[in-house]
Design a binder for this molecule. Structure first.
Ligand code: ATP
Ligand code: BTN
Length: 237
């Protein structure tokens, strides 16, 4: 993939900026901001994005059938896990959209799309930024783990290379390979989980698999339920 980078000093959210221009730019356009005033996670949750982190959105035009689009989030998560591995950091995917190191969140993926037009793959990776005091037990950065600051450009370069690889598999229809890689890098399989919807517990059980559509399979003891990741949150009890 030929990436074409748009660099901004500050923006509300790179996903919002990317959405505005997506229809007028070629696939592979990447919006990067040094800081975001209103970085978003899923369901409009706040994503803290001060200077020093990697805050970017890739504009993609996969032209694949709509059923596959939700799996793009895994393309982003796998690219982040591989990038971290290059820096010697072992990371895992917390289904569906977070990347954890020793249980702490180092990155999140926010994928949004306009069907039959474009998809936005937003990636937030804590690189040199300090994680805020209130998230210290939940979040971590690369610099904290490695013990020194890293060149943001080097991390971006590695991330885009890795993204090219996983996205090429997606485009060539090798979804099985993507899902298999997600399974082996998952932090949830085999563990007891609680599934929440709007803050309410809707399911408890053991995560036993991720099916070919990307849904999480949860064994409640009575049945195996498919959890689609639309609006649910996963917690470890
Ligand atoms: P879910 O399981 O539903 O994904 P979540 O708590 O991981 O739940 P997200 O919407 O994925 O929620 O991510 C937003 C959350 O991530 C915020 O509520 C905050 O707790 C945390 N967060 C915000 N900024 C950062 C950051 N820079 N690094 C790590 N974690 C962050
Ligand atoms: C999550 O964990 O819910 C996803 C967090 C995604 C954060 C990235 S930072 C770049 C892009 N712009 C945003 O506003 N969000 C994503």
């Amino acid at each position: 993939m030929e990436w074409r980078i748009i660099r901004l000093t500050e923006v509300g959210s790179t996903n919002d900026y990317a959405r505005e221009i997506a229809e007028d730019v070629p696939e592979g356009t990447v919006v990067i901001a040094r800081r975001q005033r209103a970085g978003r996670g899923r369901k409009g949750r706040n994503w803290v994005s001060p200077e020093g982190g990697l805050w970017m959105t890739a504009i993609l035009k996969p032209r694949s059938s709509p059923e596959h689009i939700p799996k793009l989030v895994f393309v982003g998560a796998l690219a982040v896990v591989d990038t971290l591995a290059r820096y010697g950091i072992p990371a895992e995917i917390k289904w569906p959209n977070d990347v954890l190191v020793d249980g702490k969140k180092i990155a999140g993926i926010l994928s949004e799309c306009k069907l039959n037009s474009f998809a936005l793959l937003g990636i937030g990776l804590n690189v040199n930024n300090r994680v805020p005091e209130e998230l210290r037990d939940l979040a971590v950065s690369m610099a904290e783990l490695i013990g020194r600051e890293l060149k943001l450009e080097g991390v971006l370069d590695a991330l885009l290379r890795s993204l090219s690889y996983w996205y090429s598999l997606f485009k060539s229809g090798q979804h099985g390979k993507i899902l298999q890689s997600v399974r082996t890098r998952s932090s949830v399989l085999g563990k007891d989980v609680v599934i929440l919807e709007d803050g309410e517990v809707v399911l408890r059980g053991r995560a036993v698999g991720i099916d070919d559509s990307g849904a999480l399979l949860v064994d409640t003891g009575e049945s195996v339920e498919r959890v689609i990741y639309g609006d649910v949150s996963l917690r470890f009890p």
